[in-house]
Design a protein around this ligand. Sequence first.
Ligand SMILES: [Zn+2]
Length: 214
Amino acid sequence: MTIKHHPPEHLLAGFVSGPLEEADRLALAVHVAQCRSCRRLVGALERLGGSAIEQAAPVSLRADALSVVLDKVDAKPISMSGTTESMPPAASDLPDVLRNCRFGKKRRVAPGVSMQPLILPSSDQSRAFLLWSAPGAKMLGHTHSGTELTCVLKGSFAHESGHYGPGDFDYGDDDVNHQPIVGTEEPCLCFVAMSGSLKGNGWIGRLVSPFIRL
Ligand SMILES: [Zn+2]
């Protein structure tokens, strides 16, 4: 697998330090698991963070801090594993990071295009889904007013920023204006994460927003 397109560094930094929305974090995890270069960068950022913590001056904790933490540990965990809501995608199509996720119903949303939402514990701000597109499908031209993080799992697509194959990561925000075309060699399967309001999101958002209310 030759990976040419990687997440921007601010997203990798967020992946390490933890402020990302759940859907975005999953998209980063899918890419990082496949990309040696980004794993190396994530490792370096983690070491940097560890060293900063070691050098930080100690702060005193509340007297009940330990019991508060233990209560949270004992609380029923929010789990992404468990019974699927509908037929899960073929495990062979999914990276390990997504295999224990729960999925909603797979729906056809346009000619040659189907999507299947992931059911996320914190779904208010996070949207994530798998998107299947037929070979050669030409998508609507679009701009972004939110962010769309796309990981290619199988097949390929291309737009003005280049050709995206398995392992590649496409980051779209409101500076982007492009018209993806799916490669003709096989169907394209992508994992897509969107954060923030759905209204006005890019082509994927407009295409599937009526279908991903979880
Ligand atoms: Zn990478």
